[in-house]
Ligand binder design. Sequence first.
Ligand code: GLA
Length: 719
Amino acid sequence: MISVNSTNKCFYLEAESFSYVLRVNEIGFLTNAYFGKRIPRADLSYPKYDWNVATGGECCAERMSGLMQEYATYGLGDFREPALIPRDERGSRIAELAYLDYELLAEKPEIRSGIPTAEGRETLVIRLGDRDTGLQVKLYYTVYEKENILTRRAEIVNETAGTVTLEKALSLTLDLPEAGFELLTLWGHNNRERQPERTPLRHGRMCMGNTRNITSHQASNFMALLRPETREESGEVYAAALMYSGAHYEAAEEDEFGRTRLSMGIQPEGFAWTLQPGESFETPEAVLCYTDRGLGQMSRQFHDFYRSYVISPRWVDRERPVVLNSWEGMFFDFDEARLFDTIDGLKDSGIDTFVLDDGWFGARNSAEAGLGDWYPNRAKLPGGLAALAERCRANGLRFGFWIEPEMVNPDSDLYRAHPDWAIGVPGREPVVRRHQLVLDLTRREVLDWVKQTMADVIRESGASYVKWDMNRPLTENFSQGWPAERQGELLHRYVLGVYELAKFLTESFPEVFFEGCSSGGGRFDGAMLRYFPQIWTSDNTDAESRMKIQYGTSLVYPLSASSNHVSRVPSRQNFRVTPRETRRNVAYNGSYGYEFDIRKIPQEEFAAIKGDVERYRSLSALIRRGDLYRGSNRTESNEAVLSVVAKDKSEAYVTFYAALNCPKHHFVLKIPGLAPERLYRVEGKNLVLPGAVLERVGLTLPLLSGDFASFGFRLTAED
Ligand code: GLA
């Protein structure tokens, strides 16, 4: 709920368990007066940490320095991280943003440039302006009361008489009047995405982010401030995640006076955006989450938010396809006969969709050629994709296929015809990564060609599933379609091109299910979830690695968003051998599928698929909708416990996993998240126990056999 008190000039943004209070101070600046556990709607206009105001605020040079700035600017005596650096025609980068007015909108406006935002209703817009130049900033706030989420973004409007170039335009500044936080971030690399890292915040700035122009494996666009005592189910958390899929930036800063500032937005390195008079620039939306009940509660708030307002309602609660994807099983080594054989073999297996991965088009027999030539390779596939889709139908299956629309191999007909369509500096030998270059989606003719070509391929394929991959970060950022002074816009314009393409394809084919992918989970973010209800979490399908990757992913994103496949052993990624049950149990905690050559796996593994898929289908609604409780996690302990509890607490699905077997160690499995008084039947045991007993006393496990052991079971309320 949003309310405004024009007498004390306070804005109250209240969710069920937090208050976020803004205040216009005595000298006309918008300040953050409070963010934290819900408090009564008090008049917060009494001076607290706003010392300059307390001392009169008359000293011009210092009037910004003590402020809890709501959207920090540069060069006015606040030497902490600015959100905005606008360069005007004189070369001045100063903007002193004073409060102008506000508006309360009944409906949340979309971002006009096409950056996806969460659905929402009532939105507060506060307008700030620079008295000198006239530059304006509009700050947008939407509260999600039940989910305890606040979204924020900024719009910079050039109301000046000349050109303004934005050198930095972040989505938020969040000033907290306290220090001593710990910082939680997610780092990683290909095959090892979203590894949590928690560290005390030092004095100075600690930054994350990337310049690759994908969300990246290296740094997720997520950052959280925790109290040192914060644990899984206790303690305060201030978290933020960005609805953006390009180069991003996050910083946490503890200053010398014991204050903390969190900043987040588009990566300023390499960014410059020119605004002519009257034009405006809208930043991506940041999703803020507060709780005093630990990381588990933070995740549940994020999950509810993404499920209710971000992932398409068309898909969020639908049964997901259970696929067999060809990649790990066949790589580029297939032809029509082999694929027909595989498809025939899947009849009655329980798997409902066959997905043909990379290698079906152009001269694509390895990663070296063919990207851009989106017509079936008739030598391998005489009947094209349509024949495969037909074969699937005949076997009671659906068909899906892989595309990488943003890319081109230099060895392709497309590149030979249009070398200038690739991003790169003319005359400079390009760095080729994975033998490929990135198409310049900032150019209308290129984007239109990609839109049309992809639409044709999808239409002609008869597919109901598309895996959209993106395997190369952007380098040599230069577009032949833009003049010298606009080159700093390239990365962001590229991301806008990706959104336009995704919107066009998902709207043109509403019944086609699109899965996101970027060399595994390199583009996993809220904006992508708007188009892709699930994203391939990692190319690493080894169950032990996945326990950590999926844990990090689950900190922010719901289990249903995480695409998990059972693959063969030894693992293709690290040669580890894990039991089939464990590969399955780990993959169950998300959207489920397979990734192997059915002709090469042991007969008993193939025979088990049917039962395993049936079991998954019986659990999938709970996994899609339930609340996730993590008893312990594999990044901090040998054992991991996951409990997905129905919203009405009527049932739960519990997964237990132990990496290494400890002789004589009897683990006590305590199950969080149940209704304390209700009686739960433990599947497979003749046991009925109250939730509080399962949580506090727990179940003592028998000795496990071997390493990487796991099991999963259901709890069903008796009443
Ligand atoms: C990326 C994806 C894989 C697979 C290959 C195909 O690495 O993450 O799942 O699709 O590309 O080239």
